[in-house]
Design a protein. Structure first.
Length: 580
């Protein structure tokens, strides 16, 4: 009995020491010294009445407390090399977060071009890391397949028990919860929330405003107005260099996927078009590229091409070649792109980007004016998973959950407080015109590809909500602040014409059998659509004479089955959600 009493007394002393340690966290000052400050959260207060030892894992501490593990825990993690991160192992955030959480990471860092191949080998071979931290490697279909097989563990119970920050995030972004919940009702992965308002409406058209001002022209409102402005750009010597033919009225590029960048903006004046080339009508999926309105849009662009208003390079050049057209002097009038600096060789580093302005979606001949919209573009949805071989999943989940907290996000994405970022002062204004939340102090890390050893940028989850992103302090002239320009242009010119979320295709989850069947069908059909889009416009194929054979060829490519598979996937997950 005496030995038992002594054991219990020692145990109580150890518990007291653990609770005391959990109340403190270390922060580094500007000069590199270490200071300690107390951190008290509501979860801390609630934890006072809880048993320290978790029934599933004796190493995990109560929700909301630090450190997360009572003893040092090492996890093997899989991710990609980021051009914006110079070093993960000897990284300031890596060191700081390990001290805070008592979790050490062993990194398996793969070149970005090899991530897909390496991930497939890992999943097939069984030599799993403890955590997957790559925001873009895992697809929704992989999440479902390998979740159902038990390779990725089910997170529902861990989320309910430990997900303090995760539950806050999902309550503010219920659409994200719909995205990450698999058809079987389980959650196997967690997202990186990166809600860029302007990114949801990325199919913009930019015009070189000095040319408009020189000609005394207003921004075009209709497809007919657009045609008239393009003709003026073609016929005038806008560079005053004696050569009226060196200006390019309208030019885009064609990326490696074969879809010309000119497609979405102009086609939206004729039929709703986004990158999926699909619309949803009362839960029924259909494609847009075999409809009479699509043919009408092709005829309009064919007319522009024949009159020398669309540059032939649009269908042959890549984005780098596009930028070379503007290398020495501005030669591009209009270019379709998500940003105004897309046609400049130095991107944001070229001050001429401020001279490009966006035009509104055009009104088509049938009165349609609509913005191609990606309502589901709120960040990589499958950015974190725990494998079945992880010995301490509760510790891993708590480690991840804390990253959704605002200061953790700032440290993980940008770096050290008061060095790479700071909190906003009262009266400082954010991108959205409201009281700002935070200010950037360094141009490195996640914003542009200057390698940093202070943060992880996009690797591992974080929570950059729309409110957070728009709460960045605007310094200097707002017309030269990139995020301010994109926010204003989107709010004023594109958001008012946004497509309804119910008519856009949500992220679909396919079974293994569906994925195998769909892979060839999707590539075959999309490649043919992109090819004929260019051929019809350039006159390589006769639009009037060959349209019917184009539609028939799509049917021979089994478009019907392609639609059936997509409809089945939609019905299994989204029909009930949309009916609510």
């Amino acid at each position: 009995m005496r030995k038992t009493a002594i054991y219990i007394l020692c145990l109580l002393l150890v518990m007291t020491m653990i609770f005391s340690a959990c109340k403190q966290r270390e922060d580094r000052t500007d000069d590199g010294a270490t200071t300690t400050k107390a951190v008290t959260t509501k979860a801390d207060e609630q934890a006072n009445d809880q048993d320290v030892f978790d029934e599933d894992d004796p190493l995990v501490t109560p929700p909301g407390t630090f450190p997360i593990a009572k003893e040092k825990v090492t996890f093997k993690v899989f991710t990609r090399q980021m051009p914006s991160v110079a070093d993960f192992e000897n990284n300031e955030f890596t060191k700081w977060y390990e001290e805070l959480t008592n979790v050490h990471l062993e990194w398996d860092i793969v070149p970005g071009s090899e991530v897909g191949t390496k991930l497939n080998l890992i999943l097939a071979g069984g030599d799993y890391p403890d955590m997957f931290l790559d925001p873009w490697a895992i697809s929704g279909t992989q999440a479902m397949i390998y979740g159902a097989q038990g390779v990725f563990i089910r997170l529902n119970d861990l989320l309910e028990k430990y997900g303090i920050e995760t539950k806050k995030m999902l309550s503010e972004y219920p659409l994200m919860k719909d995205i990450i919940t698999m058809p079987d009702g389980n959650i196997y992965t967690l997202p990186e929330v990166d809600d860029a308002f302007h990114g949801k409406f990325g199919y913009k058209m930019w015009v070189y405003q000095p040319w408009m001002d020189k000609l005394g022209l207003q921004h075009p409102e209709t497809t007919e107005d657009f045609y008239e402005v393009l003709k003026r750009f073609r016929d005038e010597d806008l560079n005053d260099n004696g050569d009226p033919d060196d200006e390019v009225p309208l030019v885009g590029y064609t990326p490696t996927n074969g879809r010309p960048s000119i497609m979405e903006f102009i086609m939206n004046a004729f039929i709703y078009t986004d990158s999926n080339l699909v619309t949803v009508d009362n839960g029924n999926i259909d494609v847009v590229f075999n409809k009479p309105e699509w043919k009408e849009g092709l005829a309009y662009m064919k007319m522009l091409y024949e009159e020398g208003l669309i540059a032939p390079e649009t269908f042959t050049q890549d984005s780098t070649q596009l930028q070379q057209l503007n290398a020495e002097e501005i030669k591009i009038g209009f270019t379709p792109a998500a940003t105004p600096w897309a046609s400049l060789p130095q991107f944001m580093g070229d001050p001429r980007w401020t001279e490009y302005d966006a035009i509104k979606p055009l009104i088509g001949p049938n009165g349609l004016r609509i913005t191609g919209s990606n309502h589901y573009g709120i960040g990589p949805s499958y950015a974190f998973a725990i494998s079945k071989t992880c010995k301490h999943p509760a510790v891993a989940f708590r480690w991840m959950d804390a990253l959704y907290e605002q200061e953790m996000t700032l440290r993980k994405y940008y770096g050290r407080p008061d060095q790479e970022w700071r909190y906003a002062e009262p009266g400082e204004i954010g991108i959205n015109g409201k009281q700002a939340i935070w200010a950037s102090l360094a141009k490195s890390g996640g914003e542009i590809d200057i390698p940093t050893d202070k943060s992880w940028a996009h690797i591992a989850p974080h929570y950059r909500s729309a409110e957070f992103r728009e709460g960045q302090v605007v310094t200097g002239d707002p017309s030269k602040h990139t995020e301010s320009v994109l926010y204003r242009v989107t709010l004023e010119k594109y958001f008012p014409y946004a497509a309804d979320v119910n008519m856009t295709l949500p992220p679909l989850i396919f079974t293994e059998e569906q994925s195998a069947e769909l892979a060839d069908l999707d590539k075959t059909i999309k490649d043919y659509v992109y090819e004929m889009f260019a051929r019809f416009i350039t006159g390589d194929a006769d639009l009037d004479a060959e349209w019917d054979s184009y539609v028939n060829q799509l049917e021979r490519m089994n478009l019907k089955r392609w639609l059936e598979i997509n409809q089945e996937a939609y019905d299994s997950k989204w029909r009930d959600l949309r009916d609510k």
